[in-house]
Design a protein around this ligand. Structure first.
Ligand code: COA
Length: 259
């Protein structure tokens, strides 16, 4: 699949998706959002891909929605863009294959929101995070007002949303927005290593964990527990569960087949 605003490389079952508009700090023009959606649909269907790493070309991860486009948008167009972005970002969140944001630089506005939609965020020491929409007279439109409080708590989320301040990687790590901070030169290797660690595990079990966390998060606890039990039951019926438990008892490495 060919893209105008993205590059895609697949090796060792890991897809690296790079937003490639470095001259505009990888700002999310409408076309970028559409191509991200197409890429995730494509990767979901590819058996040779088990995990996705999202990063940005040049010095930014993604510096937000494209302000030149948003500046011209009327109410209905802005709402449409918001809904499209939410739908595309949700593909990262609900992907049955793990999604890792390798945050190499600015992750602002929509960039921070897209990083939050990924399952894990690895930050380079140079990464910067923030939701500066209020400085433009806007509010986040890609579920930032919803995911940020869920990740860092309501008080910290409101502080970031209301000040529009940009925080560095260490602060993002301290508040739980970044999972880890790594040397810039090691970011992609560390992201690949994390993807590799995930891919050593049973694929159906990975997908069921993601599904249970996503589905259960906003349910009443008892319903969420039921959801988990169903996932547990489903996992127990897989060949990979037989292989995983047998391999443990036989003191060997399991050979998972994804069924
Ligand atoms: N939308 C469109 N273009 C953007 C952009 C965005 N969100 N962020 C950066 N760019 C463009 C700049 O206009 C500039 O283009 P130009 O060279 O054609 O003038 C280019 O990317 C480089 O950005 P610049 O501002 O010159 O870099 P900087 O190092 O001085 O500042 C930032 C970096 C990230 C602090 C600054 O670009 C910024 O504040 N961006 C907007 C962040 C934001 O508000 N995002 C939320 C949008 S809803």
């Amino acid at each position: 699949m060919l893209f105008q605003t993205l590059t895609l490389d697949v090796a060792d079952r890991v897809a690296v998706l790079t937003v490639n508009r470095p001259d505009k700090l990888n700002a999310l023009a409408d076309l970028v959002i559409r191509e991200l959606g197409q890429a995730m649909d494509d990767l979901r269907g590819r058996d040779e891909v088990g995990a996705v790493i999202l990063t940005g070309a040049g010095r930014a991860f993604i510096a937000g929605a494209d302000i030149s486009e948003i500046g011209k948008a009327d109410a209905l167009d802005a709402k449409r863009r918001s809904r499209l972005g939410q739908e595309v970002f949700r593909k990262f969140e609900t992907s049955p294959k793990p999604t890792i944001a390798a945050v190499n630089g600015f992750a602002l506005g929509g960039g921070c929101e897209l990083a939050m939609a990924c399952h894990v965020r690895l930050a380079s020491e140079h990464a910067k995070f923030g939701q500066p929409e209020v400085k433009l007279g806007l509010v986040p439109g890609y579920a930032g007002t919803q995911r940020l409080p869920r990740l860092v708590g309501k008080g910290r989320a409101l502080q970031l949303l209301l000040t529009g301040e940009i925080i560095d990687a260490q602060e993002a790590y301290r508040i739980g927005l970044a999972n880890a901070v790594v040397l810039a030169a090691e970011l992609m290797d560390r992201a690949r290593a994390m993807a590799g660690a995930m891919l050593a595990n049973a694929p159906v079990a990975l997908a069921l964990c993601i599904e249970a966390v996503n589905a259960g998060y906003d349910l009443p606890f008892e319903e969420a527990q039921q959801y988990e039990s169903n996932a547990f039951g489903l996992a127990a019926a897989t060949e990979d569960k037989r292989e995983g438990t047998a391999a443990f008892l036989e003191k060997r490495t399991p050979a998972f087949r994804g069924r």
